[in-house]
Write a protein that binds this ligand. Structure first.
Ligand code: 5GP
Length: 197
């Protein structure tokens, strides 16, 4: 068979994973990454400070406001959004490169960012991870012991708004109920496999 000309080679698939804080989306995004050899789990830039168990370049690239603004000016972001007064964004170049190489690219981003991505890349496949219940979500936010009660309540209120917006916005192809982590991971991986065909 003759080699496929570059312009006809298969484009990669972009997978968006969203969900409220504490719903388990990070674990699910990592499991999807592990399940697909050669996939890229995008590392976002953020202006929020690192948490105690977070590693620079792995969980996020932690940058200051000036650097983030300069990168906005240079149009380096595929998408960016403000969450709790801090900025979060996905750089365009690594995503474009991996897509050109035909790889699976996984973005763990919020609903605001997902809408920006979907408007530019309509083929993007959206997964939204739901907590089993609102009570369970509140419990998980508390059990992380990462935030004060005030911050927990803010995250909880935002989570409810985000779940409602996710249903309205037509970005998400699948809503995955995380009532059992192994089952939810299996469902996420299976849905990506089906999408890849
Ligand atoms: P956290 O501070 O808990 O790590 O993240 C807060 C929120 O920001 C989560 O909903 C997370 O998915 C979202 N987020 C993380 N990285 C990005 C990004 O690059 N872009 C956007 N739009 N949201 C992000």
């Amino acid at each position: 068979m003759p080699p496929t000309p570059a312009h006809e080679s298969k484009q990669g698939l972009l997978v968006i994973v969203s969900g409220p804080s504490g719903a388990g989306k990070t674990t699910i995004a990592r499991a999807v990454h592990d399940a697909f050899a050669g996939s890229l789990l995008s590392v976002s830039l953020t202006t929020r400070p690192p948490g105690p168990r977070e590693t620079e370049g792995v969980d996020y690239r932690f940058v200051d406001e000036n650097e983030f603004l300069a990168r906005i000016d240079r149009a380096e972001f595929l998408e960016h959004a403000g969450v709790y007064g801090k900025r979060y964004g996905t750089l365009r170049a690594p995503v474009d490169d991996a897509m050109r190489e035909g790889r699976l690219v996984i973005l763990e981003i919020d609903v605001q960012g997902a809408k920006q991505v979907k408007s530019q890349i309509p083929d993007a496949f959206g997964l939204f991870v739901l907590p089993p219940s609102e009570d369970a979500l509140l419990e998980r936010l508390r059990s992380r012991q990462r935030d004060s009660e005030e911050v927990i309540q803010k995250r909880f209120a935002r989570a409810r708004d985000e779940m409602a917006e996710a249903r309205r916005c037509a970005v998400y192809d699948r809503f995955i109920l995380n009532d059992d982590l192994d089952r939810a991971i299996g469902e996420a991986i299976q849905s990506v496999r089906e999408r890849l065909g």
